[in-house]
Design a protein. Structure first.
Length: 190
């Protein structure tokens, strides 16, 4: 298991990190299309600056279970998620956002560049994966290639093959049901 300390690990040069990712995608016969753009740090930035890229767009949450593992949640970019609802549905303990040093050590990315493709850097399988079932119904998905100044579009089936190749068996959650339950709970309180 990788030890995570308080000092943030040095990340590789973004060009080198992306080149290593591209080499793996090619070795796994995963076709993709790359789109360059200004750096994106939030979903709002993404919607405003990326243009009209067809397909689903990933929002990624890097979470840490209290006294437990790290988690990567991949959902549709417009989802309003409640971390306690995700934890409960996944059968996990209390979760909060993971620290940037752990993100760098486990996924090889900085905040703002979190991507499901970061799992290629989690060779020891320390990050558990949760997928929004509705997002993964899209034929094409868009995500960062380990940097936030580009987006890659790839077939959903191919991204699922990447997860398989990296040894990350996803937990699929019905995010529509999670949102409906949250709305019902809020209506009952208000």
């Amino acid at each position: 298991m990788t030890e995570i300390d308080d000092a943030a690990p040095a990340l590789p040069d973004p060009d080198a990190a992306e080149a290593a990712l591209v080499a793996k995608l090619r070795a796994w016969n995963v076709p993709f299309t790359r789109h360059a753009h200004a750096p994106l740090h939030t979903v709002e930035d993404s919607v405003a600056l990326r243009g009209e890229l067809p397909g689903g767009h990933c929002k990624n949450l890097f979470l840490k279970e209290k006294n437990g593992p790290h988690w990567l949640v991949v959902c549709e970019e417009t989802r309003r998620v409640r971390i306690p609802d995700i934890a409960r549905a996944a059968g996990a303990g209390r979760m909060s956002f993971g620290k940037p040093d752990a993100m760098a050590a486990l996924l090889g990315v900085r905040p703002g560049a979190v991507t499901p493709l970061g799992l290629v850097n989690d060779a020891e399988g320390q990050v558990r994966l949760i997928l929004d079932a509705q997002l993964f119904a899209a034929e094409i998905l868009n995500c960062h290639p380990l940097r936030n100044d580009a987006t890659v579009a790839l077939r959903t089936a191919d991204l699922l093959r990447v997860f398989e190749a990296t040894g990350h068996a996803p937990i699929r959650l019905d995010f529509d049901a999670l949102e409906a339950q949250a709305a019902a709970a809020q209506a009952a309180q208000g």
